[in-house]
Write a protein of this length. Structure first.
Length: 569
């Protein structure tokens, strides 16, 4: 039987066609065999061809051919590696047919051997790339997935869910794939899947996955619907990114931000509030909210070798749990803020008590000073006045050569004594009231100093207390004294009126003015007590004193005094 090779097989061949006579075991090749580096003209023994099959493939290839010949099969196909003339290996795909006689006895084999080296190289490169992609997804904790809506299967890498290290990209029924989802998320995801199929919109959502190890992971899923050529929903495909660590970091950052905000808020409250009790409640609430305990109490504890209270916070929990070092540090920081607040409140209380004691002492001293002035003024007016008057009468009864000069001296002494008594304690203040006393004193002193004065003193429908009246008079007296001594003013204005329940006093001049801050500093150093004396008097009757001045702009002294109160409550 001659060599017979189908024309269709020759035309479809991209490499080499062959025919093997089983009686002679000779193989004849058609054009195309030269692509392997051999000439197709001369016949070749079957053994020659077998020697050029890769040793690792040889037994398998021979067995497949023998099986096809002896089993009565019509043909066979296999892939193997074939050695070229240059000793390189070609990947080939062989498809053979067995020619038989009418009795079924095998006479020859024929077929085609196609060089698929490039195809195999591409497939290997694709496999490597696919493997690298799966590895990259595993390292990045990202997986690609695809649900076939027609078959109901989900194809993805299940290695992570199964707790395996090597990629396991395979298709599983949707019910089996979804068994790794957290039970509380299944209904929500099923509804999302239904809306995606109906509306065709892309989606993004988070869900929890429970691995076979029992570990719970958080996953960010993105997906979209794919349709077939007819526009029908065919697949849902997307990615699943493990964001467990990112969620933990975000939660940790948020927790620390809450801690810092709570600590800052408590520190600000500690600066503003004067009561540590209110601060204790706020601290307990902040610890409860931030650390996650059921209850928190504030306890004051003193360390023997430290002068300040420490760790003034106690947190209580119902169930056993462990606290991180950061949480412990946060509670200690809150406790230290409270400790400082406790210490500050104690110091403030002590300072307030000492200040109240000093104010009481100042009030008593001023009261004693006014009483002493009143007594001295009375003694000057009554006792010394009577003596000087008697001396004048005696001089008049017994005239001498210098009687006139002696009488002038005595009259001057009487006048000076009256002025001293009036300056110490104006009798008008007790007899005629504040308005008349202030008007008389201001006019007298302005006339003495040669200063033009304007008095705007309104009648008071209610007399102030003795302490307030005395304070108002002394402030006006000190203000006018400063004008005369320092201001070099040409004009002074004094205003007194009632404003609501307060007595409003204003002394204004057009003098040279001064730096108020610098004057206060000098007064604090003891250089002048007039300014501090005015402020102290006004404060002792619960009033307010403001002084406005600047070099070259004159001075305004403004005192606001309560009518109905004589001292600080």
């Amino acid at each position: 039987m001659g060599v017979r090779i189908d024309d269709d097989l020759i035309r479809s061949a991209v490499a080499a066609c062959w025919h093997r006579d089983l009686a002679t075991n000779v193989i004849r090749w058609q054009p195309g065999f030269h692509s392997f580096g051999y000439t197709p003209d001369e016949p070749r023994e079957f053994a020659w061809w077998i020697e050029r099959v890769h040793p690792d493939d040889r037994a398998r290839v021979v067995a497949a051919i023998d099986e096809a010949i002896t089993s009565g099969a019509r043909g066979y196909s296999h892939e193997y590696r074939f050695r070229r003339r240059d000793d390189t290996w070609a990947d080939v795909a062989a498809h053979g047919f067995v020619d038989r006689d009418d009795g079924g006895r095998a006479l020859a084999t024929r077929g085609i051997m196609v060089d698929i080296t490039r195809v195999m190289e591409a497939e290997r490169a694709l496999a490597l790339a696919h493997h690298a992609l799966l590895e990259a997804q595993r390292v990045g904790r990202m997986r690609a997935w695809e649900e076939d809506l027609r078959t109901g299967t989900v194809r993805m890498d299940f290695a992570t869910s199964l707790g395996e290290s090597m990629p396991r990209y395979e298709a599983r029924p949707r019910e089996e794939a979804w068994r790794f989802l957290h039970p509380d998320d299944v209904a929500r995801l099923d509804e999302l899947r239904r809306r995606t199929i109906e509306q065709g919109l892309p989606f993004e959502t988070e869900y929890r996955e429970i691995l076979v190890t029992g570990e719970e992971r958080t996953v960010l899923a993105r997906g979209e619907l794919a349709r077939d050529a007819a526009g029908r929903p065919a697949r849902i495909l997307g990615t699943a990114l493990d964001i467990t660590e990112r969620k933990r970091i975000d939660e940790e950052l948020a927790r620390r931000e809450r801690q810092q905000a709570a600590l800052a808020r408590l520190s600000l409250s500690a600066l503003k509030t004067e009561s540590s009790r209110a601060l204790f409640g706020e601290a307990a609430a902040l610890v409860t909210q931030t650390v996650g305990v059921e209850h928190a109490d504030v306890v004051e504890s003193l360390v023997a070798d430290r002068p300040r209270p420490l760790e003034a916070l106690e947190a209580k929990i119902e169930a056993e749990r462990s606290f991180t070092d950061d949480e412990v540090s946060f509670v200690r920081s809150i406790a230290n803020v409270l400790a400082v607040a406790i210490e500050r409140e104690r110091a403030t209380t002590e300072v307030r008590t000492r200040r109240q004691q000093l104010q009481m002492l100042s009030r008593r001293l001023i009261t004693a000073q006014e009483e002493e002035r009143r007594a001295i003024a009375r003694e000057l007016h009554d006792d010394f006045g009577q003596v000087l008057t008697a001396l004048r009468l005696n001089l008049q009864r017994r005239p001498s050569g210098d009687t006139e000069s002696n009488l002038a001296l005595v009259d001057g002494a009487i006048l000076r004594m009256r002025d001293l008594a009036t300056d110490l304690r104006p009798p008008q203040l007790d007899e005629l009231g504040l308005e008349s006393s202030l008007r008389w004193y201001m006019q007298r002193e302005a006339a003495r100093a040669g200063v033009d004065i304007t008095l705007d003193i309104a009648p008071l429908d209610e007399a102030p207390s003795a302490a307030v009246a005395t304070t108002c008079f002394r402030v006006a007296q000190e203000a006018l004294t400063n004008v005369v001594r320092h201001a070099r003013a040409r004009h002074v204005t004094v205003e007194l009126r009632r404003v609501d329940d307060d007595l409003d006093l204003v002394v204004r001049d057009d003098g040279v003015g001064f730096d108020v801050a610098e004057a206060r500093a000098r007064a604090a150093r003891g250089a002048s007590q007039g300014l501090l004396g005015m402020e102290e008097r006004v404060e002792l009757v619960s009033g307010a004193l403001t002084i406005e001045s600047a070099p070259g702009r004159g001075t305004t002294v403004h005192a606001l005094l309560p009518l109905a109160r004589g001292d600080r409550a």
